[in-house]
Write a protein that binds this ligand. Sequence first.
Ligand code: URA
Ligand code: SF4
Length: 235
Amino acid sequence: MSERTERERTEPERPGAEHWVPNTASLDRLRAAVPDCRGCELWRAATQPVFSTGSRSARIMIVGEQPGDREDREGEPFVGPAGRVLAEALAAAGIDRRDVYLTNAVKHFRHELRGKRRIHARPAVGHIVACRPWLVAEFASVSPEVVVALGSTAARAVIGRTVRIGEVRGVLLPPPNDGAPSAALPAPVLVTTHPSAMLRIEDAADRERGIARLVADLRTAASGVAGRRSETERC
Ligand code: URA
Ligand code: SF4
């Protein structure tokens, strides 16, 4: 058996989701298969998996981190407080929800128990990697024209390596081209701050500024779609 690093020893055993992801472009079939996934241990403590919302014809794919407490109970992504911030930012950016496919990097809610309360716990890199085959299948099915990664977990999942948000945020990055898994993602990527960060900003003026930047980033992403479309129209 190969030696495991200290970090890996503290991380879960994780075969990864690959074995459970059906070879299909049908979102309904993918969705129906997620509850069986045992690609990592997160399914154990979660109520249910949270897959995605939106259709294959959406041109903008937005990737969040993982379901929160509300999402875990309702089975839908972004139905809690962060989802409200995102919905308002999308509306302010003039983005039609029908053009958005919304999903998460990790499909089960990772949390810790404090008494009866379930406290959000960030997914480890191992969980992001384990769950990525679902995301790759979604890229292939939806073929978005642009992908928006909300926060560092989503950026890690979409780009396939760790990036500093401050260094990459707000610009359309070329399609990640780092080998086979990303070959399924021939679309530019825009990384921005996770909307839940806005909920933690106490100062009202700072929060307004944060939301304005999020809206501006979403507009940039949408302009990537319009630009690509006019390019193809010209041909
Ligand atoms: N935060 C996320 O990243 N995803 C959700 O679905 C809800 C909150
Ligand atoms: Fe499978 Fe992802 Fe859930 Fe882990 S978090 S069990 S990889 S669906």
